[in-house]
Design a protein around this ligand. Structure first.
Ligand code: IPD
Ligand code: CA
Ligand code: CA
Length: 259
């Protein structure tokens, strides 16, 4: 029943994305001119929340545009109604709905749906991860030198030692491919599916990673912060890899020279 609600909810959000995609919709700015929210984000969020509340009226909800709908339930639905909003607003079909379900502080289910590529990623704790009902696994590359990586950049640039551009530049100078898709949830799912060997980002929000984090773990990958501690969806830094390149990539992120 929880899984059925999760799948109905991501698909209802996806249907709203399809309805508005490449059409006319209102767009407004949030923290800065390029931090956007569209009419489609609100429509997707409304459709998702309606389904969850119809089935589980007492569950806690944390959703990007609405914020918290607090209850005392041990279940919390963590919703990104459109991850990759800038892509969406520009007609770039790399965007998705992402929903994670937390129970007693632990993510137990997650789903990410990109309606434009018809890709539905699902994971349940200890049950593995799937893409369109087929089991997925992380890649088996064992060196950063021959890996294909992905990263993202925050809306407000972070000037810091080992900041996003410093790491990007160190990797690119060694001719290591690093992509930038613009959707953290899709980045994580594509690590889970073995398309990317590793993903890192400095400043995520809980709803960006709640589903993708579990999908990577259930596909056999490793997810930590930059210091190597187990990842929590309530922290900003994320490093998700196939496990084999984790420590080497973590070293590079922390400023180690690439061999
Ligand atoms: C953003 C995307 C992007 C990441 C940003 C997120 P949004 O989410 O996931 O890839 O780099 O940090 O905020 O705003 O499109 O939901
Ligand atoms: Ca997001
Ligand atoms: Ca969003």
């Amino acid at each position: 029943m929880l899984m059925e609600t999760l799948l109905n909810a991501v698909q209802a959000g996806g249907a709203q994305m399809q309805h508005y995609f490449n059409g006319r919709f209102t767009v407004s700015s949030k923290t800065n001119i390029n931090d956007l929210v569209t009419e489609a984000d609100h429509a997707s969020e409304k459709a998702i929340i309606e389904i969850i509340q119809k089935n589980y009226p007492d569950h806690f909800i944390l959703s990007e545009e609405t914020g918290e709908i607090k209850t005392s339930s041990e279940y919390k639905w963590i919703i990104d109604p459109i991850d990759g909003t800038i892509n969406f607003a520009n007609g770039i079909p790399i965007c998705c709905v992402s929903i994670g379900l937390e129970k007693d502080g632990e993510i137990i289910m997650g789903s990410v749906y990109n309606p434009f590529m018809n890709e539905l990623f699902v994971a349940e704790k200890n049950m593995g991860a799937t893409l369109n009902n087929k089991k997925i696994n992380v890649s088996n590359k064992s060196n950063v030198g021959n890996s294909c990586l992905v990263t993202g950049f925050p809306y407000t640039y972070l000037e810091s030692k080992n900041g996003p551009l410093e790491i990007f530049s160190a990797l690119i100078r060694k001719a290591i491919p690093v992509r930038r898709l613009g959707s953290a949830a899709i980045d994580l799912c594509w690590v889970a599916a073995g398309r990317f060997d590793g993903y890192f980002e400095h400043h995520l929000q809980t709803w960006d990673s709640a589903a993708g984090f579990l999908i990577v773990k259930e596909a056999g990958g490793k997810v930590t912060d930059f210091s190597g501690k187990d990842y929590s969806v309530y922290q900003k830094q994320i490093l998700a890899t196939n496990g084999l390149i984790h420590e080497e990539l973590r070293g590079i992120i922390n400023g180690k020279e690439i061999e």
